[in-house]
Design a protein around this ligand. Structure first.
Ligand code: MN
Length: 207
């Protein structure tokens, strides 16, 4: 998860002269609840990117099948490098040949309530609960609402974020009723602009 690195991994992978992604040198955490965003990314493999604000960065996981609707449906979530807070707004086309080349839409976003507690019922710092490999939270998005949890089942806190070792599960927690099912990514529409991947690719792609 690379706390000590901050955005070094993120910046190291990208040429900001070529990609339209934010460099992350502007925004600082604002007041109020932390933010979340779910993007759909049509890269070498089509996937969802699930990001939760923790302090000044978006902690990030690549979720191949997207968030689950049903508590029995556990979704693989592979940690990726921390992203800058401005990434919540990012929708567009990363040029072919660049890191993550392909089209991105903002499928859902909003804020969330950290719900992690210790065994005595006291709230636990959210970054600490992620470092320990288990965090619960309630999403308040335009599509995703209710309780979810992320649990690490392989790799440890000291492992590199994207070394192919660490793996988590994203679940809808029981008791909250069914959640919003992940859409067919090719038909899904942006929560920001209403556009599909194809439309963003046509409008924002290179000539
Ligand atoms: Mn991605």
């Amino acid at each position: 998860m690379g706390d000590a690195n901050g955005l070094r991994d993120y910046r190291g992978k990208r040429d900001f002269g070529r990609t339209g992604e934010p460099s992350g040198r502007g925004a600082a955490a604002g007041e109020g609840r932390p933010r979340f965003v779910v993007q759909i990314h049509d890269a070498s493999t089509l996937h969802f990117d699930f990001r939760l604000q923790v302090g000044d960065v978006l902690k990030s996981w690549s979720v191949p099948k997207g968030p689950p609707a049903d508590p029995s449906d556990k979704r693989l979530a592979v940690p990726t490098e921390d992203h800058p807070l401005e990434y919540e707004e990012f929708e567009g086309v990363i040029p072919a040949g660049e890191y993550g080349g392909g089209t991105v839409i903002v499928w859902d976003r909003g804020d969330y309530e950290p719900l992690s507690h210790d065994r005595w019922g006291r709230p636990v710092d959210f970054a600490e609960s992620l470092a320990h490999g288990h965090a619960r939270f309630r999403l308040h998005g335009t599509k995703l609402r209710g309780e979810y949890a992320l649990t690490r089942f392989r790799g440890g806190p000291d492992g590199a974020a994207d070394d192919g070792e660490a793996a988590w599960l994203l679940v809808r927690t029981a008791g909250g009723g069914p959640g919003h099912a992940a859409p067919d990514p090719r038909r899904a529409r942006s929560a920001r602009t209403g556009r599909t991947l194809a439309r963003v690719a046509a409008e924002d792609g290179e000539e």
